[in-house]
Design a protein around this ligand. Sequence first.
Ligand SMILES: *Cc1c(COP(=O)(O)O)cnc(C)c1O
Length: 470
Amino acid sequence: MNHLVPQTMGQQFGRRSWAEPWKIKMVEPLRMISREERQRALEEAGYNTFLLRSEDVYIDLLTDSGTSAMSDRQWAGMMLGDEAYAGSRNFYHLEEAVRTYYGFRHVVPTHQGRGAEHLISQTAIKPGQFVPGNMYFTTTRLHQELAGGIFVDVIIDEAHDPESLHPFKGNVDLAKLEDLISRVGAEQIAYISLAGTVNMAGGQPVSMANVQALRELCDRRGIRIFLDATRLVENAFFIQEREEGYAGRSIAQILREFCDYADGAWMSAKKDNLVNIGGWLAVNDDSLFEELRNLVVVYEGLHTYGGLAGRDMETLAIGIEESVQDDHIRARIGQVRYLGELLTDWEIPVVQPVGGHAIFLDARRFYPHIPQDEFPAQTLAAELYLDSGIRSMERGIASAGRDPKTGDHHRPKLELTRLTIPRRVYTQAHMDVVAESVKAVHDARESTRGLRMTYEPKYLRFFQARFERL
Ligand SMILES: *Cc1c(COP(=O)(O)O)cnc(C)c1O
């Protein structure tokens, strides 16, 4: 069986193999250091994969953020950078690409996603207001809280269950949302923060029916919807594959229809949009845009560059166009799925169904003997690095941080280690190597001990926290 063939392609082509829709023009050699060197590197990094040097990593699955390979067209676009301080032609190209593919009227470039999150949070949240969302994302929630907002998780319960096979685990539970609205009043809701796919739930999609129903509810109550569009192209793939009536529609059409239900979006272009740095914020409302355009000057740069060079905006405009090509997104998700199927066949606990950008190892089931306060997902990331030099990331209790009121750990139900696949970077052979390393760590699971945190930063602690072995 050829695992790389997503179901839709398999049906189309029967048993014929199918490969990545690109060939390699330039290579970057990989280096693998010895186990002793890896042990030393891990200790120096305080058992935190964020603190490792990239040079000491063999296959880097820390994140799919800014790690994509750009195309020859994007590299050519770098040379077309118009580095004028104001009114760069690359800005207008970017604006046109966002308008065409995402459909929003006004576009503000930002240096990356969190720059956009900062601006939208400061302009659209009044202190004390609630911000319901389909599960939190680290930087998103922090910016909402720094603006005085109170985040409320309104995702369906299935999202918190790593074994549930619900096809759209990113969906909003409309009953939870209605309940919140009737408790606090619609005027106390800043906006709905809707992400597709949902990173922290395992890259799980939101259905078109769900965003449509959400729009109806919000229209009745006069509430705005803003999208975290970071992985919305991947979300469109799942709609095309799983939702009735969308099999014959293109990714670009589905993406556009989804966005049409929202009032605006922020974007970490380092993910779906295939660039190494960049972001944007886009809204339909004229007066909100006025405010954003004013605020971006304070924090990012003039409203026609927002912290980006002209060449960055050019590669981003081209990246947007490439990201919505059906064969690109099928290959991207097909590769993630290939790795997921190998691990599933070997009975290694991973979040099901496999999502869009990563495999999430379920550290609770992987290490049932390690209590959550001893950081099982962080432990698993450290063990993987030690085994083979593969770098992954914790998405569990360390990432969840502390409750700002009580000071106690947030204790998320999901305790996961994320193997995130960069776009257009690794081959199927790399995926085989990764799967075999996970299996080796799984085989040695019973003798593995947990970790203790020895240093804890105040904000987004998972980035810089240090640990030692118990
Ligand atoms: C990465 C990410 C962000 C933040 O974007 P940066 O470009 O890293 O600042 C926001 N939301 C989601 C879902 C993300 O994955």
